[in-house]
Design a protein around this ligand. Structure first.
Ligand SMILES: [Zn+2]
Length: 99
């Protein structure tokens, strides 16, 4: 889909800064939950979810995106993985307690 590709390029050019560590740092709007926000096709999206959908494809229902790089504002789909809500909860808790 050409239109989709073009808007991805436009969003990346305007709102993403590539960091040396490979992260795509979101520099657009940020919501109260700490995630990037973007307006696309008359809808509000979490930036990382939109990038996942435009680059990797649909998100399976009941799956959440986990950032393997640990940065909420990263929108590089290579640094994201899909987990079930349950798996995601386990990983997030483990991180919280290991600090
Ligand atoms: Zn990252």
């Amino acid at each position: 889909m050409r239109g989709q590709e073009n808007s991805l390029i436009r969003i990346r050019r305007n709102f993403v800064r590539k960091l040396d560590n490979g992260c795509w740092f979101w520099k657009g709007a940020i919501g109260s939950n700490g995630y990037g926000q973007v307006h696309y096709k008359k809808k509000h999206w979490h930036a990382h979810r939109l990038f996942w959908i435009l680059i990797k494809g649909p998100i399976i229902p009941f799956q959440q995106i986990h950032h393997t790089c640990g940065c909420r504002l990263c929108v590089n789909p290579e640094y994201m993985t899909l987990l079930s809500v349950r798996e995601h909860g386990i990983i997030s808790n483990r991180k919280r307690y290991s600090k």
